[in-house]
Write a protein of this length. Structure first.
Length: 177
């Protein structure tokens, strides 16, 4: 379930408002996606690949935080497009990095925090940020895209005999039928 913020800036956040900026606890999300396992040595790269597809499709952007990367800090190799990747370095972890970012956010209402950790979620709520669990986020973004709306109207409509007679008379044309 998404928890919507209240207060200044909250009214502009609603489904369909784009682009959305997500701050994601990467290892929380990996555990919720089919086909990606925390035991896989390439789990972070697989998640980032999935996020790149999703963010491009949704015209959104995200920063995904992972624990214990060597070296720590932004990963220029994995980051591109709408996805920025940051690894925790010695003495910290993804949760602490996200909480630090939450505390410094200049526009907290513009961010949705994706995490299952209560400390992260609580810090985001205190700043009136949007919060969604990794489970709900995975479910939401893994759902098939609804088909484009189709217009059931005939693209080549036919005039009724009365409409045809009206327009023939309007343009001064005699009906040859």
């Amino acid at each position: 379930m998404i928890e919507r913020a209240r207060g200044p800036g909250a009214a502009r956040w609603f489904w369909g408002a784009r682009p959305v900026r997500y701050w994601i606890d990467g290892h929380n999300l990996i555990g919720q996606l089919p086909g990606i396992s925390l035991d896989d040595p390439d789990d972070e790269a697989k998640l980032v690949g999935w996020l790149k597809q999703v963010m491009a499709r949704q015209n959104d952007r995200c920063t995904v935080f992972f624990d214990a990367g060597l070296p720590g800090g932004p990963s220029h190799e994995l980051s591109s497009g709408g996805v920025r990747v940051v690894f925790a370095h010695g003495g910290t972890d993804a949760d602490r990095m996200i909480i630090a970012r939450i505390r410094k956010a200049p526009d907290p209402g513009a961010v949705t925090v994706v995490s299952d950790d209560w400390q992260v979620r609580d810090a985001a709520r205190q700043r009136r940020m949007h919060v969604i669990s990794a489970t709900d986020f995975a479910r939401l973004l893994s759902a098939p895209t609804p088909p484009a709306a189709t217009d059931d109207k005939d693209p080549n409509p036919r005039l009724s005999p009365q409409e045809k007679a009206y327009w023939m008379a309007e343009f001064g044309v005699e009906d040859d039928e």
